[in-house]
Ligand binder design. Structure first.
Ligand code: SF4
Length: 268
């Protein structure tokens, strides 16, 4: 299989905040009129430096990966392989690489941190408390994300506003103060139905778990299928209260977010 040279890391030439600060309001102002392909092209054109897209191989992420690969955009596709993913997710990962002839870069947790967590809390210790769960997500997701984004000027995500109250308060594009880069949510205003239509229209491979009631797919022990009428992310950490249901990868937009860039919750 031929792999694309654009997946090689590109060094950021300057501190990200200096040259991406102006891009946030420009992207936010223009996104409403653009389709997904055009949005990704606009991000690539606006950003001087490496762009990373992090995928968990969910429906949204498959749509974005398709748009990146189909247009051969210089955006690196990276996944955080937590060590607790579903076998179906790994199979989709391989299928995606075969379909597009591109490699998805894996970032794995630090083995010593995982060993420490398991020694302290047990293999499924994340169920014992919210703090233990955050600790597990910290080791298996948040710290690897920091490494995945190192040197990047921009980070593309598949976050949608209708997924949660926190996500509804996010912007199309804002400076992420933690990772010191431009964070761009290219599907923020899309409904789930629109994502489903896009995936079917372009015959994009997707996780078969979606057809078995898994609307949002993360680590296997922390994800279950949802029942009719339940919220999209109800199957994630279902033993916790609703407002806790993030893993720490996605905070709210920073104070540098452009005024008026927040997108209201879109309804089908
Ligand atoms: Fe750990 Fe569950 Fe978070 Fe995965 S989703 S990192 S298994 S707590």
């Amino acid at each position: 299989m031929a792999f694309h040279p654009l997946t090689d890391r590109q060094p950021a030439s300057r501190p990200p905040e200096l040259h991406t600060l102006g891009a946030a309001p420009r992207l936010a102002a223009g996104f409403g009129a653009l389709d997904l392909f055009e949005r990704l092209r606009a991000v690539r054109d606006e950003v001087d430096g490496a762009i990373v897209f992090t995928t968990s191989f969910g429906l949204e992420d498959q749509a974005i990966a398709h748009a990146i690969f189909a247009r051969d955009l210089a955006i690196e596709v990276v996944t955080l392989d937590t060590g607790r993913l579903f076998p179906e997710t790994h199979e989709l990962w391989a299928e995606t690489e075969r379909r597009y002839g591109r490699r998805v870069r894996a970032v794995v947790p630090d083995h010593r941190a995982v060993e420490d967590f398991v020694a302290r809390h047990g293999i499924d210790g994340f169920r014992s408390s919210v703090d233990a769960r955050y600790a597990c997500c910290g080791v298996r997701k948040v710290e690897p994300l920091r490494r995945a984004l190192q040197g990047a000027a921009a980070w593309i995500t598949g976050v949608r506003a209708e997924q949660s109250v926190d996500r509804a308060a996010m912007s199309y594009a804002a400076i992420d103060p933690l990772h010191r880069l431009l964070k761009v949510n290219v599907l923020l205003d899309w409904t789930r139905a629109r994502v489903v239509d896009f995936v079917h229209a372009h015959r994009i491979p997707y996780n078969p778990l979606h057809d078995r009631g898994f609307l949002s797919i993360g680590c296997a022990p922390c994800t279950r299928a949802v029942k009719a009428g339940e919220a999209e992310r109800a199957g994630r950490w279902w033993w916790e209260r609703e407002e806790k249901k993030e893993c720490g990868l996605h905070g709210r937009g920073s104070a540098a977010s452009p005024a008026g860039a927040t997108v209201p919750l879109a309804k089908d």
